[in-house]
Design a protein around this ligand. Sequence first.
Ligand SMILES: [Fe+2]
Length: 489
Amino acid sequence: MGLVEPGLKSMIGQQRDFHRGFAGLEHEHSGWVDDVRGKIPPDLNGTFFRNGPGTMKAGEQQYGHWFDGPGMISAVTFVEGRAHFRNRYVRTPQYLKDKAAGKICSRGFGTQIEGGLPANFLRPMANTANTSVSWHGEKLCAFYEGGQPYRLDPSTLETMGKELYEGGLTSARTMSAHGKINPKTGHQINFGINITGLGLTGLKLTLDVYDINLQGRIARTCRIPLSEFPFLHDFGLTENYALFLFSSISFSLAGPLLGTKTLKDTMGYRMGQPVQGIIVDLRTMRVAQTFELPPGIVVHFGNSCEVGDEIVTDLIQSNDVQNFSGLGDVFSIDRLTGGPIYRYRCNVKTGEVRHEFYCHAPHGEFPAWNRRTTGCRSKFLYYVAALDNGTPYTFNALVKLDTASGTYVTRDHGRDRYTSETLFAPGSRASSEDDGYLLSFVYDAATHLTEIVILDARNPEDEIAAVKLSHHVPFGFHGHFTDQVFLSP
Ligand SMILES: [Fe+2]
């Protein structure tokens, strides 16, 4: 199952086709990039890390899902108006074994090992370390939500081993790829979904919440029992609360645990099932409130804050199963456009929830904001969208949404150009929330090359500069910008 999919293989061969952006980047590059369109702002200083599958193949075999390719970190270091690029694979057991063997040796979210049941029976899913990357507590870590993070050298991107936070994590406890850092305390709040045992009614499942301090130690944790395995990818963080929403998606764990099926095979949409909400008070590490919302699918959150007794959070919620299910077979999708942007107001005391709909704003994905405002009131939300510019398939533009007025502006990246997640990078002397830059990896399907595009966050309609790589970087997931300049000697 999932091996050598003819769809991707043939599409990679076609000119100007979006699917070529999934092709692997086998070479590990390192060097200054002097081919720049425009001028890199002198007050843009720091390192832009980004994670994603570096290849979709092991030898001639193809991983069965986009989520299953081995993690590769890209680092773009901006210093004194110049840019340095480096990419390096995370040396996970999956990467090392598959590369040495020239074939797929590990199971994944949508990948089985060739050889049927004997090859897959009771074999665990690989930790690909391919979903996000974060600099926190003087540690650079690559994350995959089905396992533990891998620590990397921030200057060389060399893999240093699994990060277990001084024993706070074990091989039996997972950590998500969407930890968030409270800018006031410096603590990272993260979570994991774990199997903790076998009870009379089946597997015992928990939501574990982690509070990681500036020393990189899990200082506090709490364990919340769950009745079934949820779809939980991200959460909302305020100064005092963590907000979790369990989407109307179900999994069956028996087949994936035994090795007869993949998790992707068992994923089902229960569009009659309400979204379940849990609010955790981070001061007591206890559940403060639970509530239900109409059925839907929530993948990513924007920023969240507290206003009186309410948690106010912006998020992308889709009721379009067809659009979301495109993720299940992304190699042959026709269209992936994300979902509509909502603002929810969840009352911690009463459990009452109100919502507003940014109905005029384009649908999209990968919400981003000025991380210096995480958990506090913020005005601007940035995300990627698929505008009607003659470029089919998926995200080709940036949207800057003013959440106070509902007005927005867009930056169209142009024909045949596809953008990955856009991140906000504050300028060295930033004086306002949107005083900074928006950074995106933009893949040009016509040339099969990638640029790191720099926009002025105050006025993103016009490009400031683009760092033109001599190669492409495959489509990826999440990144992190730090104002620390990392370069190897
Ligand atoms: Fe994500």
